[in-house]
Design a protein around this ligand. Sequence first.
Ligand SMILES: [Zn+2]
Length: 392
Amino acid sequence: MLKEFLVGGRRRSLIQSLLVAALALTGVGTAQAQVSAPATPAKIGTVYTGDVINGKKVVSSLSTDDLEPGRKHLLYFQGVQMSTGQHWYVSVIAAKGAKPGKRITLTSGVHGDEMSSVHTVQTVMTQLNPADMSGTVMAVLDIARPAMESMQRRWPSSGRGLELTDMNREWPGNENGLGAVSRQAGLVFNRLLKPNSDLAIDFHTGTTGLDAAAFHIGDMRIPDVKIMMMLYPVPAIWDNPVYPGVLHNAYIDAGIPCFTPEVGVARRLELDMIPIFVEGTMNVFKHYGVVPGAIGRTAVDANVYIGKSAIPVLTTHGGFVELLVKLNATVTSGQKVAIQRNAFGEVVAEYASPANGLVGGLRSDATSEPGNVLMFILADAAPVSGAASYPE
Ligand SMILES: [Zn+2]
């Protein structure tokens, strides 16, 4: 049983693994965890729970093969339970083409404050006519529901008192895992995303407190990832696999090419920016034969900049920040990019760009504690290992 736990949660943090080991040694907890969560079915089919919410049928697992071709299907997926015993339901749209073809999945809402990701996916889905499609496009719009309800990045859970968990470090999750977030990720990944995806795109934005440019995160060594990202008229790409536990890497580990578009800032809609992400997504559908029509503008038209790393500029002091550069500005190594003052107005720190590159993100609050990401530079320089340089 211990081996199963450790293998099943190989991306789990060391602390969590040690905790599981301790529970197993004492004979406590693991057995309860085993019986309290349903086993993953050997073959994923569509299971209707019999519930209907706001006119939408509820499924606890989905195979889009089972859906009627030539129309859109609006469903709720039954996610993990809340403390009251009710479930966190997730909104699913499946546009099932009249003919078979590639199955492409779009996701948003893994972080709860990233509204332009949701709006981009909604807009794409309104442009699809299943009668003309060959293949299926599935959209899952609000994966971290409790984070979205409170317009915050992280999922609030109550395991050890209120905790905030970044769901995009939990994938592929574990249906029998420690805590609701891991279980939600496991349920969504095993019963909804993985069985229905040949290709996938996980939409995000910057996070609260950071102004962010339009760009993609993805590993261009994977041919289909490179093809998809280059089909967008988006002006920058961060060519890097980034962190363990992000959804796009869980897909890739499962053999499903995936990347992460970043649609500007958090909390509000980037209505001027969203159309280039919609156009690129439609290009992807056309390239893979899911939707008929000519390819629109691509990365070539956007004169795309491809950087290998996103290098953070971290604050060394607390104080009031004055930024000297704007988003998308070209900067050179050593160029002064920000000044920080204390409450007396005395300069306590000056910050320089660590590399030649583009300003991809900027702190939006005018104060900062030490250790925050003041900005990050998309750069050709070698990737920085260790700390998360960009809170995607
Ligand atoms: Zn995000």
